[in-house]
Design a protein around this ligand. Sequence first.
Ligand code: GLN
Length: 189
Amino acid sequence: MPVVGVIAVQGDFEKHIEAIGRLKIPDLDAREVRTPEELQRVDRVIIPGGESTTVGLLMERYGLGAALKELAKKGMPIWGTCMGMILMAKQVEDRKQYTLDLLDITIQRNAFGAQVHSFEDEVKLAGMKDPVVGVFIRAPIVTRLGKGVEPIGKYRGKVVAVRQGNLLGTSFHPELTEDTRLHEWFLTF
Ligand code: GLN
């Protein structure tokens, strides 16, 4: 059974650990990861929602970013939700900030307007019969898709979920709903 590591520098990492717990898969372990050493003991990684500027800075400073990049290139499955997807992107629009440079996408932060910081709505995802409830909290959108990046979900015409091989990114927060289908799917990567 895989061990899921959730990057626990800042943000809603506990919610992902709870979501994995709700899957009720015997022997499946989900644990917090803060150091490059802890990262070596997990099989896959979730980067939660939070504040991408702060977390990027800390990941760069303590070597967690470099270690994660190396494992991702060897094929480790990595899923970023909201901030996590921003940190996985190659480029962030109109800003210079540290990212892991993994998903070949350009991202626009806080893309749904200053007046609507947070909302929920249904999102249809490729390969899923019923829509998921997308919880968008100062959510980003994907404005450029590189070669090999599949858009797997759109909301109001904007790309809000992508997959590139072992890498998954969602603008919204499935860990804040009772629906565990995305967590289950990620375990098959
Ligand atoms: N707006 C945040 C950022 O740019 C992301 C918000 C979130 O993860 N919910 O880092």
